[in-house]
Design a protein around this ligand. Sequence first.
Ligand code: URA
Length: 210
Amino acid sequence: MTEHLTVVTHPLVQHKLTLMREKNTSTAGFRRLLREISLLLAYEVTRGLEMTTRVIETPLCEMEAPALGGKKLALVSILRAGNGLLDGILELIPAARVGFIGLYRDPETLRPVQYYCKVPSELEDRMVIVVDPMLATGNSSVAAIDLLKEKGAKHIRFLCLLAAPEGVARMKEAHPDVPIVTAALDERLNDHGYIVPGLGDAGDRMFGTK
Ligand code: URA
């Protein structure tokens, strides 16, 4: 993957995203759509996974067949909204290793502060996919990736549902080596840091909180 930003324009992704954006979509509907869309986005973000071959026997003959190679990939969810994307991807890649990073925003400095971090070992040998549905200011994504690089991760990708231009620019400045895959690049952030037109608070919408 060489592009810094990939927008997945597949009709199914775009249609499901529109349904998710609508304010009257129920919590159950939002969750179902998120699971479905995460399968489609996972397909795109895992392009370029390391491959190998192994010899198998079909009913007709032996063949050297393609198979995933290298160490199991690591999925890292930025709490809490990342977990919504994680569930769908795990259905597609059930053997993936999983990590969680929790960050909150310090009310005085407005900087992200880590309150939880548990990630798989040997990160340096794995493809690491960081998931968070909303790339807004980019502060938490940049902080999470800083942390993963400190722990040795070298091959990182970032997967989100919606991105704001501000977040993409921040990521490009801080982590130009980390490709971003998203379903849409929206117009802007509003004064409260929400993506516009967006879909509201992704965590509230998937967990039914307010
Ligand atoms: N987080 C959200 O859940 N929604 C936004 O629009 C921005 C950040």
